[in-house]
Design a protein around this ligand. Structure first.
Ligand SMILES: [Fe+2]
Ligand SMILES: [Fe+2]
Length: 226
């Protein structure tokens, strides 16, 4: 991946948000997770919606895999929120912060994605790297005994197919793996934009692919829903 204005901008934005999160939450990682997951669920939905609209405007196939990946990311982040809301309840200040952050960040990310999709994906890539670091720090606190290793929420046990006696530390490891995946996927999307490739060329799909996916969606047992 080239370094340039996009990369510098994305890194600067990430450092800025990291600075704010560190100041506001310090080592209250469960509260940090709740608030930040409400923001993490935005980019995949915005980007997935935009590519979906692009496909409608162009009246062309081929965008399906990218749309599904982005919407799956948003759904996965929403599930992270559902797990951590069982661990920590946001206080009134955090609830106001969530409202303000969503109003600002949704609009900000939408404009950024429409004008500079490569930068937008890079930013999410770096956000996700920070999320991995935060969850690693959270895990260290739990494993050291500084934070109680409470039982994992039933919803998380069902979603990740964990053993019934799974603990918070198991949940954090699963969530951290998801964040690593989001980081990789967004770096790949940024590279596609960087190379100037069409999203359709790199994500070809055929009608038969769509039929297979639709069939899978109908026959795959439902995962835990939040
Ligand atoms: Fe997340
Ligand atoms: Fe993520």
């Amino acid at each position: 991946m080239k370094t340039g204005f996009s990369d510098t901008f994305a890194k600067t934005q990430t450092r800025f948000f990291r600075f704010l999160a560190d100041k506001f939450f310090a080592r209250r990682y469960s509260h940090r997770a709740v608030v930040l997951e409400t923001i993490a669920g935005v980019p995949g939905m915005v980007a997935g919606m935009w590519i979906h609209l692009k496909s409608l405007r162009q009246m062309r196939t081929g965008y399906g895999p990218m749309i599904r990946e982005l919407l799956a990311e948003a759904e996965n982040e929403r599930m992270h929120l559902m797990f951590f809301i069982e661990i920590a309840r946001p206080n009134i200040a955090e609830r106001w912060l969530i409202l303000a952050a969503q109003a600002i960040f949704w609009n900000y990310y939408f404009v950024l994605y429409v004008c500079a999709p490569k930068t937008a994906h890079l930013m999410v890539h770096y956000f996700e790297e920070e999320a991995v670091k935060s969850y690693t720090s959270y895990l260290q606190l739990v494993e050291s005994g500084a934070v109680q290793n409470v039982p994992a929420p039933a919803l998380a046990i069902e979603y990740y197919d964990l053993p019934p006696n799974a603990r918070l530390s198991d949940l954090i490891q699963c969530v951290r793996e998801d964040e690593m995946h989001h980081s990789t996927v967004n770096a790949r999307f940024a590279n596609i934009e960087e190379a100037g490739h069409s999203r359709r060329e790199l994500y070809p799909t055929s009608v038969s692919d769509c039929k297979v996916l639709a069939l899978q969606a109908r026959t795959t047992p439902e995962k835990a829903e939040g």
